[in-house]
Design a protein around this ligand. Sequence first.
Ligand code: COA
Length: 410
Amino acid sequence: MKGDNRTIEEDYMEAEGIDGIQVHKGLVGVYVDDSLISFIDGENGKLFYRGYAVQDLVKKSTFEEVAYLLLFGQLPTKSQLEDFKAQLIKERNIPDNVLRILQSFPRNTTRIELLRTAISALSLYDPDDYDYSEEANIRKGIRIIAKMPTLIAFAHRIQTNQPLVEPSNELSHAGNYYYMMTGLKPVKDFVDAFDKVLICHADHSINASTFSCRVTVSTLSDLYSGITSAIGTLRGPLHGGANEAIMKALTYDVKKNENVIPWAEERLQKKLKIMGFGHRVYKTWDPRAIIMRELAKKFYDAYKKGERFDPITETGHDHTHDDYIFEMTEILKDFMIEKKGIYPNVDLYSAGLLHSLGIPMALYTPLFAAARSVGWVAHALEQLADNKLIRPRLCYRGELGKEYVDLSAR
Ligand SMILES: CC(C)(COP(=O)(O)OP(=O)(O)OC[C@H]1O[C@@H](n2cnc3c(N)ncnc32)[C@H](O)[C@@H]1OP(=O)(O)O)[C@@H](O)C(=O)NCCC(=O)NCCS
């Protein structure tokens, strides 16, 4: 029987000899498993992939090398890296039937919805089919990582009535991705910066999308279902959708430096979030935000000095606010730290940087997904290597034993 201030679950737990229930809303601070993939030091603002500081990897490595590291647990040798790159290049094309599906989507659909649906469709054409062995899952994972940029670029160019740009075998993962989106052979500075954006987004321990990927594969469902769940979870503005949301706000609502603080004050007064700030784990600067800020500043400084080379003409890039975006994010950053003690996260500056690189806003969140696909695959493999069904409990606070009333009598 339920006592006055007690829940039914508590009564059950007592009957089972378990003392009390602690509800961890939002799973704050809950560890759900052990992992060897990445570590976030939230107090000191540090992030490590397989033990390597992300700043070091950004400085010295490439996306392909980081992807190998995250998937296989160690940095590749020269020949392992060459082989891995060749596998990624070989898998860049997408099946004709999936292309036809992309062409059939309604216009003006968000690109992240297109990506979610396309990944789900892609599973039907994977040559490893219903082989769920680890070896097959690695092959599937490499295909997913390799094909994501193609799916995103094709979906976007179809939606904007631009001719498709076939993948190039000559370019790196970042270079080819950039080329397929924009149709332009990318300049070195742009590709280097884009590569670093991808590295910074490649993994982040058990964030919401990675958690949903792990939950899905923990039922022994397939890898594509795990990635599809993850993309759906990433889409929300409290997670990967934050980059697009803050850029939309700055571009369409704020518009000018002098509007930043009144706009932010009004949002805070209404108890609304400001996207691109705050984090569940970091209590200080997100190290990825520091990296993105440095890069965004580099492009901003060049732009201010009139040195900025801008090859982007056909991407639908809106240049109206180019000279304001970095300044606006700086004003917002100072305001949020001073007023609320809340620091920028990766999304604030990645949005500004992607803007400088001429990448259309609609592609910011899909781009996050394409990079994070590496982390999702690594986590799915880790989950499956020592699987335990992820199935937490909820504390039921409703009534029991209600009498059913016939429809005619309600
Ligand atoms: C990421 C996020 C969901 C983490 O949230 P969380 O750990 O659940 O923390 P909460 O949302 O409970 O926030 C704690 C407090 O800080 C405030 N806060 C946190 N982030 C904020 C933001 N971006 N803007 C305004 N206030 C914020 C909350 O309003 C809350 O204040 P209160 O205690 O007075 O109610 C949250 O910071 C957020 O919504 N950020 C904006 C979305 C975003 O950029 N997401 C990308 C993350 S990489």
